[in-house]
Write a protein that binds this ligand. Structure first.
Ligand SMILES: CC(C)(COP(=O)(O)OP(=O)(O)OC[C@H]1O[C@@H](n2cnc3c(N)ncnc32)[C@H](O)[C@@H]1OP(=O)(O)O)[C@@H](O)C(=O)NCCC(=O)NCCS
Length: 146
């Protein structure tokens, strides 16, 4: 994909779009990164808020928010390979902040793959604790207060 890319960031609209978001996660996490399907699909999608970046009918990126009291667990951030380094993940992180505030929650937590740590630092997240392995990939816990 070359040139400028017009996209909209919002919650998923309808079952078909949610299915497309979950298919994108499968491509990125399971096919590209080798995460086992049973770990990617952890049974919590039905209780989550799903955000997407869409261009026309194409789902370019997605992420998931789980609301647990005053804390939001942010996860499953995936951007289609040909749409990366255009600020789309950063736009989803910004929308996640807005949704957190709108829900009256105060804190976002996530497990960052260490290679992508600067993405989250640029969005205002701070690391917490030690590096650990999850799904065979190096991670670090990060959090942000909004
Ligand atoms: C990580 C990922 C979500 C980033 O999405 P993106 O839309 O390309 O990110 P952005 O364009 O908003 O990047 C913003 C900044 O984050 C950092 N960043 C993004 N991708 C990076 C990478 N692969 N390596 C190092 N830094 C990266 C850079 O500082 C970047 O700014 P720059 O492009 O001006 O250098 C995307 O590469 C992806 O889907 N990867 C596979 C799945 C994954 O690892 N998900 C994250 C799990 S924690």
């Amino acid at each position: 994909m070359t040139g400028t890319l017009a996209y909209e960031v919002r919650r998923t609209s309808g079952d078909e779009e949610l299915a497309a978001a979950i298919e994108l996660r499968h491509q990125v996490f399971c096919v590209e990164q080798g995460v086992p399907k049973r770990e990617e699909l952890d049974g919590r999608d039905h209780e989550a808020m799903h955000l997407v970046a869409v261009s026309g009918t194409d789902v370019l990126a997605t992420c998931r928010l789980l609301f647990v009291g005053p804390t939001v667990q942010f996860s499953r951030l995936a951007v289609r390979a040909d749409a990366r380094r255009r600020g789309i993940a950063s736009a989803l992180l910004e929308r996640a902040d807005e949704e957190t505030r709108a829900a009256g929650a105060r804190r976002l937590v996530l497990h960052a793959q260490t290679y992508a740590r600067s993405l989250y630092e640029a969005a205002g997240y701070q690391p917490r604790g030690r590096i650990f392995m999850e799904a065979g990939i190096e991670h670090i816990a990060m959090e942000k207060y909004v």
